[in-house]
Each structure stands twice: as C-alpha cells, then as structure tokens.
Design a protein around this ligand. Structure first.
Ligand code: GLA
Length: 337
C-alpha cells in the first residue's frame, strides 16, 4: 500500500486539424491537444476497488481491481474506468472525483481524456505507454478498434504546437501554430457514441483494401486500380489522399501559407464525405456555411465523424460562434500528502 496520498491529474481533449481515419492503418495525423480537459482528483484507499463519481454522469463507477469484463459494467460511462483498471491492474484501490470541460460525444476525445487522466492519477505517466494502454482500454471497454491518435495527443500535447504524428513509427513532430490564427470548433448539434457508428466497419474496409494492395500508408493512387470493389476502393482512396494532405498541410502551416492549409482542410472534408462516407448533412451544411465566410481559410469535420464537431481555421476574431481552442500541453499529475 503506497499510503493514502492525494493526487490531481488532468488530461486534455484534442481537435484533429487534418488526417482522419488514417491512424488505424499507421498513417499520418495532425491534431493538437486543446484547452478543454478532464481532471481526476482523489486518493488511494484500502478497499480493492476504483471508485469514481462525477457531476457530469449519473451513478458511480465502482470497479473491482480484478474486474474481468469492462464492457459489461454499469453505468455505461464506468466502462472507460473499468477498461483502464483492466489494463493497468493497479495494486491499490483509489477513490476520487471526475470533472471535465471536454464536450462529450463531440469528436473532441472526451473518452481518451478521461482514460488518460485516470491512468496518470493511478501513477503511470510515460506518454507512449499511457497512450498504448488507454487505446487498449478503450477497445476492451467499448469494442471499438480505435487508433492511437486521441490518446497520444492527450499525453503528448505541447502548448503552442500541433503534433504531426506518424501512427506507424509513433514519432511525434511538433508543428508551431501561428499566433495570429484562430482554431474554432463548432458543434453540428449531432451527438454520437463511436460504438453506435460504422467506425468498426470502416476499419474492416481498410483491412480488406490492405489484403489486396498492402499497407495503405505505403500505397499510392496508382495502386487503387487493383481494388475491384468500388466501396473498398473509395475507402482506400480517402486514406491514401488524406496522408498526402497531412504532409502538405504541415508544410503549408510551417510556411505560413494559411490559404493552402485551409484548402487542404476543406478537401479533406470532401474526401471524408464522398469517399469515406463518415459525414452527415448537418456537418456538410456547417462546413459549407463556415467556408463561405470571409477570413475562414478552411473547415472540416474533426475526429471520427458521424456527427460531432467541425473545426475551422480562420483569421483572428472572424468567427463569432463555436469555441476557440488553443494548442495546449499534454496530461500532467501532481501528488500531495
Ligand atoms: C476516433 C478514434 C481515432 C481516430 C479518429 C478518426 O477519434 O478514436 O483513433 O481513428 O476517430 O481519425
């Protein structure tokens, strides 16, 4: 027993600027951690459970340290807690409270923020190890075979920078965000839970494409002709073209070419809409409305899609809706007592 010391851990949500549905095939993504986060405050206890409350969710999470089936736990939000406990197997019990400013079901990684904050609170803080653990925890809790982008962004965020992440090598390259730029997230009004979407189906479609042409991260548009099924071909076309857009976007941002950066975001949205089919009429209408405004460089759905938020890149102060988000530092933890 490590003694009953107090702990305060926090982990940010993220917005993905470009590179969606590329992480689970080891492609490139370019997210940033944001100034909306989830915090876990608590202390170790002698009982063999992790017990958490939150004013944002009904009920209490009471997870035995030897919980065997996180996906069957109630209330449903407690499955995220159970996933972490299952993967971490903490030696000591823990009791605490969750607070959060990350909107839930908005595509801003509220579940990754919760799981990363909890893992830090339970004493594991290596950014890559925590990201991997929480990726497994999300899968075991929800059955969604997610990539590593959300968790790695939450552990590795740097104030003032977006992160160019190679999801195969897991190299993280900081990309400075220009000061005179606003990143604004606007909610479509459609909330969703990944487990209820076609996310897993998209992962399977990418696997089907890779059976035919090999790793998508190493493929080019010329390889697409070897895929007969038009749906699988379209999914592969999105992944291959999105990886190129991420590379070009990082270069444009670094060069201060915001017009090109914005155009790449809007092209990314079109690809997610037509080739990957993860957009909705509400998201499309929002992107069209925002990109028609003077001073908006580009906009796109962010995260998995099927609802949630649009992210817009724009000149300072031109958008008077949604929430401005700032590139922020990654998860942290402090102990007392
Ligand atoms: C969700 C997943 C991520 C990633 C995005 C889409 O946020 O958790 O791993 O696949 O969707 O880019």
């Amino acid at each position: 027993m490590a003694g009953e010391r107090g702990v305060f851990a926090r982990a940010p949500g993220r917005v993905n600027l470009i590179g969606d549905h590329t992480d689970y095939t080891g492609g490139l993504v370019l997210p940033m951690a944001i100034d909306f986060d989830t915090a876990v405050r608590g202390r170790t206890i002698r009982e063999p459970v992790v017990r958490l409350r939150s004013k944002h969710f009904d009920g209490e999470a009471v997870i035995r340290l030897d919980e065997a089936d996180p996906s069957g736990v109630d209330p449903p939000w407690a499955r995220y807690v159970a996933g972490v406990v299952h993967e971490l197997r903490p030696a000591d019990g823990f009791e605490g409270e969750i607070t959060s400013t990350v909107p839930i079901g908005a595509g801003l990684s509220s579940s990754a923020a919760l799981q990363v904050a909890l893992t830090f609170a339970l004493g594991v803080t290596d950014p890559l190890a925590v990201a991997r653990l929480c990726q497994r925890a999300e899968f075991i809790a929800t059955g969604v075979p997610c990539g590593i982008m959300d968790q790695l962004t939450s552990t590795s965020g740097i104030a003032g920078y977006a992160l160019l992440i190679d999801c195969h090598s897991l190299d993280v390259v900081p990309v400075p965000m220009p000061d005179d730029l606003d990143v604004v997230v606007v909610h479509s009004g459609e909330q969703r839970t990944l487990a209820d979407t076609a996310y897993s189906q998209r992962v399977a479609e990418c696997a089907a494409a890779e059976e035919l042409i090999g790793a998508l991260r190493q493929s080019s548009a010329a390889d697409l002709a070897r895929i007969d099924d038009p749906v699988v071909r379209a999914r592969a076309r999105h992944v291959i073209s999105e990886t190129l857009r991420v590379r070009d976007f990082a270069a444009a941002l670094t060069a201060g070419d915001l017009r090109t950066a914005g155009e790449l975001m809007t092209a990314s949205h079109a690809s997610l809409r037509y080739d990957y089919e993860v957009s909705t009429p509400a998201l499309d209408a929002l992107v069209d409305r925002l990109t028609a405004k003077p001073g908006v460089h580009g906009a796109r759905v962010t995260g998995a899609g099927f609802g949630g938020c649009v992210v817009a890149l724009c000149e300072r102060g031109v958008l008077r809706e949604g929430r401005r988000v700032r590139p922020s530092g990654g998860a942290s933890v402090a102990f007392d007592g």
